[in-house]
Design a protein around this ligand. Structure first.
Ligand code: 6R9
Length: 659
């Protein structure tokens, strides 16, 4: 059962009294209240722990006015310096930074490819690549590039090389289609694309370079495509004059090449990351350098309690924000040894992950509810007998975690004894904002909750009027700026104001439903807008609708997310066909494939329901809420604004016939 208003507050409290930082709720809240009295002082104390080339003059400036905030203004630093130079110059030089496993295994399930990079290796690779990028591709601070790479060490190496030069990058998830990639390349106006020939996924070869070629068909301004040979395929198509092999780019760059890191202004963009919203195409979320790195440093300490003896594994894909913050910049800045895995979680067997945990002695595991529910499905036999004794902290992210899944993971992976939280944040927030903080002060756990806001984070739940509510569903907001917050939307500052700061004046609107319980714990319930999370991946129903109506048979479409026991949510599409077109099973197949090609496999509708009209308000707005209620067999509630009642009856009937 998922969490809802009805079954809250969830009373079960689990105290881990023997945890060194264990504390009670009141003490935590006192500390938290104090941090909010002076957030500038609070965050400056965290920022001081980074290495700055030049200290800041002002901690926080609204420039030119709120909600455009700049953190640590006047300060200069470099994210690449923080992640590699800092460690390469200390005893950590020979410490492992990344342990990477490719997907393929031998017949006994042992990995065929493992790469281990020390901080010194990383330092050298980042420097060599930065040199090649600057001297051979001519990229400079402020330029933009797009990255379309699988989960291989070259991805973090590249991100750090670009950060070293101040080149702004946009990483596109390798599961997105050519069209989705093209949209993002065009919006960022990237002159250079970095990709690979192919990678392994579930035993299949995914040919990435061909997707890039397809995406670039209509784009003239891309000058160079750099291709990494992940598979060494002989037949990768290369365009003369445009495409260049990664190894050739590096071939004459000496091992000991050093590129002085640029002294980057704190507010200079580190990257753009495209994410889905309610309407329109995905928006480019822009993150700064100084504030972002400060929030990551704080959360690596507070939430993950990171120590030099840890083996840390965040199972996300770097194509999403979780990977940016908690595979690349956060952990490497802290000098962590981390695991990185290329392939599918259950390949070749459903205990692949647990073998990885055992092989490297993973101590901190950061994963997703979808993954946990997938493993639950496979049954306990696949976890039984594996050694989880090294794990000391668990956390989850991406969507609400239902108490059953929480309990299962806590019992098996956490052996009923380790801190385990559900860290709430979003692409826009840059890093974790609401979470248990075992590295700072651990309050009692409750299965499924997000816990209390971190120190310095003024999060609350409000009603339609913006007034705080407790014990009742409301909207999650953040009432004070925080370091790591998005700076703007790339190329569209008005949309930034409108999407995040207009619903409730002076407050950041997250777009999530949430409940604050009697202890002040926050329980995020899900999105309050047209965004859905499919297996933790963020998608806009609007994008799926746009894809559908671009098909010649489709007149109109409405897509809603419905609960799914494993994937959290899945998209279901209601489709009105053009006159003269007849519904058929072939057409269902064709439309599902159409969406896969337009966006990517994760966006494929689980079901397509053909109807002759969509439920609309008198002013012509599609009432997706009603369609969702039909799918969930819930009472419809207020239908007075509905223009034509029969549209809903028809949708109901069509869906029932399908089932
Ligand atoms: C980090 C990330 C953001 C949306 C967010 C919310 C949902 C993320 C959650 C969670 C409940 C958690 N979300 N973490 N909901 N509990 N621990 O996922 O970023 O892809 O931008 O998605 O994900 O709905 O608004 P992003």
């Amino acid at each position: 059962m998922s969490i809802s208003e009805e079954n809250l507050p969830y009373k079960e409290k689990i105290e881990l009294k023997s945890w060194p930082n264990s504390t009670d709720i009141d003490s935590y809240r006192k500390m938290h209240g104090k941090s909010l009295e002076n957030i500038e002082e609070h965050w400056a104390n965290v920022a001081k722990e980074l290495d700055w080339f030049k200290p800041w003059d002002k901690v926080l400036v609204a420039d030119p006015q709120p909600p455009f905030y700049k953190w640590f203004v006047g300060g200069k630093l470099n994210a690449s310096y923080l992640a590699v130079d800092r460690h390469a110059n200390t005893w950590r030089r020979n410490k492992l930074a990344i342990i990477w496993e490719g997907e393929p295994t031998d017949s006994s399930g042992n990995p065929l490819e493992v790469r281990k990079l020390t901080y010194y290796d990383l330092y050298r690779e980042v420097n060599r690549l930065a040199y090649a990028i600057r001297s051979k591709l001519g990229l400079r601070k402020g330029d933009t590039v797009t990255i379309y790479l699988p989960m291989i060490p070259e991805l973090p190496i590249l991100m750090l090389a670009l950060a070293r030069l101040g080149v702004i990058f946009s990483v596109v998830f390798s599961g997105f289609s050519a069209q989705a990639l093209a949209d993002r390349v065009m919006d960022a106006k990237s002159k250079v694309i970095f990709t690979a020939d192919a990678f392994w996924r579930r035993g299949k070869v995914v040919r990435l370079k061909e997707v890039v070629d397809e995406a670039l068909k209509g784009i003239q301004f891309v000058e160079k495509v750099v291709v990494f040979r992940r598979m060494g395929l002989k037949d990768t198509p290369m365009v003369n004059g445009r495409d260049i092999w990664w190894d050739e780019l590096l071939s004459d760059v000496p091992m000991n090449t050093y590129v002085k890191p640029e002294e980057i202004e704190s507010e200079h963009p580190l990257y753009i990351l495209y994410t889905s919203g309610t309407t329109g195409k995905p928006k480019g979320i822009v993150h700064d350098t100084g504030g972002y790195m400060t929030l990551l440093h704080a959360t690596m300490k507070w939430v993950f309690d990171i120590k030099d003896t840890d083996v840390y594994w965040c199972t996300a894909d770097i194509g999403w924000v979780t990977g940016h913050s908690y595979i690349v910049f956060g952990p490497l800045m802290e000098g962590v040894t981390e695991v990185m895995y290329e392939g599918a979680p259950d390949y070749p067997t459903p205990d692949r992950w647990w073998r990885i945990v055992e092989r490297y002695g993973v101590t901190i595991l950061y994963t997703s509810p979808t993954a946990i529910r997938t493993f639950m499905r496979y049954g306990d036999d696949w976890v039984k007998g594996h050694d989880f004794s090294t794990i000391r902290i668990l956390h989850s992210v991406g969507e609400p975690i239902n108490p059953e899944a929480w309990k299962w993971a806590w019992k098996w992976l956490g052996r009923g004894s380790v801190p385990f939280g559900s860290t709430w944040w979003m692409t826009e927030t840059g890093g974790i904002l609401i979470s248990h903080a075992p590295g700072l002060a651990l309050i009692p756990l409750k299965p499924g909750t997000n816990g209390l806001p971190l120190p310095g984070i003024d999060a609350d739940v409000v009603d339609d009027e913006g007034k705080p509510v407790q014990g009742k569903r409301g909207y999650l907001v953040i009432k004070k700026p925080w370091p790591g917050m998005l700076m703007t939307i790339w190329g569209d500052p008005n949309r930034y104001i409108q999407v995040y700061w207009s619903r409730f004046p002076g407050m950041y609107y997250a777009g999530d439903w949430a409940i604050k319980d009697e202890d002040g714990y926050i329980w995020v319930l899900g999105r309050a807008d047209e965004v859905i999370k499919v297996s933790g991946h963020r998608l806009g129903t609007y994008e799926i609708e746009s894809a559908l109506v671009s098909h010649k048979a489709v007149a109109e479409s409405a897509v809603v997310g419905v609960p799914d026991p494993v994937r959290g949510e899945v998209p279901v599409a209601f489709v009105v066909l053009k006159s003269g077109v007849n519904p058929s099973q072939e057409l269902v197949k064709e439309l599902r494939n159409w969406v896969r090609t337009a966006i990517g496999p994760i966006a494929e509708p689980a079901n397509i329901v053909f109807v002759s009209k969509l439920p609309k308000t008198r002013s012509g707005k599609i009432m997706r809420r009603l369609l969702k209620q039909v799918l969930m067999k819930q009472p419809l509630g207020d239908t007075t604004t509905l223009e034509d009642e029969t549209s809903i009856d028809e949708a109901k009937k069509a869906y029932e016939e399908l089932a």
